[in-house]
Design a protein around this ligand. Structure first.
Ligand SMILES: [Zn+2]
Length: 324
């Protein structure tokens, strides 16, 4: 609808929810709320938003003083959504390009600070993640030397520094230095960063202080994604994670989706069985695989090993292996 058509509907309401199509900035719908609307009324308006245009990127805003809304304020909101949508598109394109660009070009972006449109120096941690997730095989001595130089010369922002340091420790298998970084940055904290948990799993860290932090993360009241990252890290660490970790997982992670239930059960078996009952998964790199998503290449947990990097030997193979 046009801005004037929307404005007419808005003026008739005492309060309303306006729904925009974010990529074009077009107003799709104006939902009037009853006088003295409560939480229930607003929730039901938001529910109706989902049906406004299925499959189309939408955003909404409650307007609580419709009488004060003018053509100009509506036009400004349309432009705000259009601009945000353009920024998101640029960032999606940059992330897709980073997955395909040679590692040396990504390192050069970190060195020069010359980030592509839609991204900036505060995205260094994101670029570092793409670099190690997609290009670890290209990282030779010359490139890792340049990356260490970036750290020593403090050229990245704090998040970028943390991401790069953890990733380099993981890549070069520097367990002691990684544990020292963990103690400095994460020990005793209620939430540990996902990269740190990931690298703890990559390096199969057995330091009891790191394990106790991972177990505390399982038991913390935090978003499930962090609990899941901690569970995967403990599963990758294996029996050294210990029975306390297994019990924490059992107490916290209930039967939910088939993936989560299967992951939890595998993690529990991995912690409670001998290491020689398991072998390295051949389908992934450290529990991750590359997939082509609608917006470009991404990494996700390997469907063969559920992100653990190990698969369980069946009884026959296990027996054969022991005979070997
Ligand atoms: Zn795998």
């Amino acid at each position: 609808m046009t801005i004037d058509e929307a404005l007419e509907l808005i003026k008739q309401a005492t309060e309303c929810l306006v729904i925009w199509r974010t990529d074009t900035g077009e107003i799709l719908q104006v939902i009037g709320l009853p006088a003295n609307a409560g939480g229930q009324d607003r929730a039901s308006a938001l529910n109706r938003m989902r049906d406004a245009a299925p499959g189309v990127p939408c955003a909404s805003r409650f307007l609580v003083n419709p009488q004060n809304v003018t053509h100009e304020t509506l036009e400004a909101l349309c432009e705000e959504f259009r601009q945000h949508s353009r920024l998101v598109a640029l960032r999606v394109a940059a992330a897709a390009k980073w997955a395909r660009q040679p590692a040396r070009e990504l390192v050069a972006i970190l060195e020069t600070g010359d980030f592509p449109p839609g991204t900036g120096t505060t995205d260094a941690h994101w670029l570092v993640r793409r670099l190690f997730d997609f290009h670890w095989q290209e990282l030779d001595d010359a490139l890792t030397t340049r990356l260490w130089h970036l750290l020593y010369t403090n050229q990245l922002d704090r998040l970028g520094q943390l991401e790069l340091r953890a990733r380099l420790y993981g890549f070069e298998r520097r367990q002691d230095e990684f544990v020292a970084m963990w103690m400095d940055q994460y020990h005793g904290r209620p939430v540990v960063g996902s990269t740190a948990m990931r690298v703890a799993g990559d390096l199969e860290i057995t330091d009891p202080r790191v394990i106790s932090d991972l177990v505390a993360t399982i038991r913390a009241i935090i978003p499930f994604l962090s609990i899941r990252d901690a569970m995967v890290a403990l599963g990758r660490i294996g029996p050294a994670a210990g029975e306390a970790a297994a019990q924490a997982i059992q107490a916290v992670v209930y039967d939910s989706s088939p993936w989560i239930t299967a992951l939890r059960d595998r993690v529990l078996r991995r912690i409670r069985t001998a290491p020689d009952q398991w072998c390295k998964c051949q389908a992934c790199h450290q529990g991750l695989v590359h997939v082509d998503e609608r917006n470009g290449p991404e990494v996700e947990e390997c469907p063969t090993c559920y992100g653990l990097g190990y698969i369980e030997l069946d009884d026959d193979r296990s027996r054969l292996r022991k005979v070997d």
